[in-house]
Design a protein around this ligand. Structure first.
Ligand code: ARG
Length: 261
């Protein structure tokens, strides 16, 4: 995770961002601290990346890489406003002994990649259409040695895979079908016949931008309907308040890069 010490909405690179809407920087830090404490309270270890002035979106740490079995496949951001974040993530991994694969292709890390270690022997789901470019999916497959399934995102409000789909445990997902092309919806239905399906209301509340440890599902407090659906499916929803960061177009998952050593 990376503190929102320098968080701001100074430019608009997704439909949620409006530089005219004021952001309360202290509240952003307080809410982010609440998320960090929630994860620690659930028994998770949280490592920090130092925030840098002039990189207001750095709090969205999930975009810096995707990791599998000690290898980090780095990011290459679509927008130049964020491009300098990639080097900070790279240094973090390299300083800690990870094998780091630098990308040639544009991709935004876990924003567009989800890893399911027990689904079909272990596979990566990968989004394209807005940020990550399709050839990055093949690059990730070579870097990480797992099959990558490409999914076409078609609604600009759901510009990253992680605002439309999330891993609930090692083998199952929750997603909003309407964010995907009809063909990609069919692919998801074939791969995950037991998936939990979310409604547009859940996705618009950023509910799918969640982090799950297989039991506890940490998600935006506004996503009350999805919390009920997940409870009925046997998971334990853990709501957190992240309204300030939502002004940047992100929620829980965007703030958390999961480490798979
Ligand atoms: N403002 C950021 C952007 O548009 C938000 C990133 C959200 N991160 C995510 N993993 N979906 O790039």
């Amino acid at each position: 995770m990376c503190s929102p010490a320098h968080f701001a909405v100074e430019y608009a690179i997704n439909p949620w961002m409006d530089p005219a809407t004021p952001v309360d920087p202290e509240l952003a830090v307080k809410q982010w601290d609440g998320l960090r404490e929630t994860l620690i309270g659930l028994g998770h270890e949280v490592h920090l990346l130092d925030p840098e002035p002039g990189l207001p979106d750095m709090v969205f740490a999930a975009n810096g890489a995707v990791t599998v079995d000690g290898t980090a496949y780095g990011a290459r951001f679509r927008h130049e406003q964020r491009s300098a974040e990639a080097a900070a993530h790279r240094s973090w991994y390299e300083a800690r002994g990870w094998r780091f694969v630098a990308p040639v292709r544009t991709n935004e890390g876990e924003g567009d990649f989800a890893y399911l270690p027990e689904a079909h022997g272990g596979l990566l789901l990968a989004g394209y259409g807005f940020r990550t470019e399709l050839p990055a999916h093949a690059e990730a497959q070579e870097a990480l040695g797992r099959p990558v399934v490409s999914l076409h995102l078609v609604d600009p409000r759901f510009y990253h895979l992680d605002v439309a789909l999330a891993a609930l445990d090692d083998a199952n997902v929750v997603y909003f079908p309407g964010a995907f092309s009809v063909a990609s919806q069919r692919v998801l239905a074939q791969l995950f016949p037991d998936a939990v399906l979310a409604a547009d209301e859940d996705a618009l509340a950023f509910g799918l931008n969640l982090v799950s440890d297989g039991r506890h599902v940490v998600l935006a407090s506004e996503a009350t309907r999805l919390a009920g659906t997940l409870r009925a499916a046997g998971y334990q929803p853990v709501p957190v308040e992240l309204a300030e960061l939502r002004k940047g177009g992100g929620s829980v998952k965007c703030c958390v890069a999961e480490l798979r050593p």
